[in-house]
Design a protein around this ligand. Sequence first.
Ligand code: ADP
Ligand code: MG
Length: 247
Amino acid sequence: MVDVRKRFGAVTALDGASLDVAEGEVVVVVGPSGSGKSTLVRCLHQLAPIDGGAMYLDGELLGYEHVRGRLVPLTERRVAAQRRRMGMVFQQFQLFPHWTVLRNVTEAPVRVHGVAPASARAAAMELLDRVGLADKADAHPRQLSGGQQQRVAIARALATRPRLLLLDEPTSALDPELVEEVLAVVRGLARDGITMIVVTHEMAFAREVADRCVFMDAGRVVETGPPEEFFDRPSSPRLAAFLSRFS
Ligand code: ADP
Ligand code: MG
């Protein structure tokens, strides 16, 4: 994304944010509350339209196309097609409460991607196994702990084989004792080479899992670098001040 701007009324949530993610890269985004982290991933997923700048996935412009030299918004259908190439995991899981775990994971592949139900189920069972929940396939979300629900949400986001996985504070709604089981799953995805953007306040985890860390403040990407430099030798005073709160 290049120089992306997003306003909510008088509030500037993104003030020219730029970020690149390479294939297979794990980018961890940290920053104070209100710095625009959620807005950044929500805009990337086209859940909110941007006011300026541009975003690309695999070199393709997101949300717009050039028609005779003019920039024209894509139809909702084409936006949906672009959105399907990303997966998103929200802070609040957002599973469908009246469906089983298995159906939560198979629904998008079957309804949206046209995958045959039997192969969607087989793929979903593999994913549930990967997040350690194969035995919960027939349970309903309310029967699961928050950590288990979030692991289902991760399996669901992966079920459509996204090019890019977006995780917005996946552990911040969890009781402390449930955080680690979700971080362990994300760590596994990182090892498997899944391309992701992870927003988190878990600094030890960020340092360990990130190929690159990004610091956001006031709607901008202020600093980015490999974890050792980022945490041990921050170049911007704002990042140094932010990090000092965690040590
Ligand atoms: P973060 O995730 O880093 O805490 P956000 O992206 O949620 O930050 O918010 C950035 C700024 O945009 C904040 O000032 C927030 O209040 C504002 N904001 C975010 N979403 C909305 C919205 N839907 N309506 C109005 N203001 C919003
Ligand atoms: Mg947020």
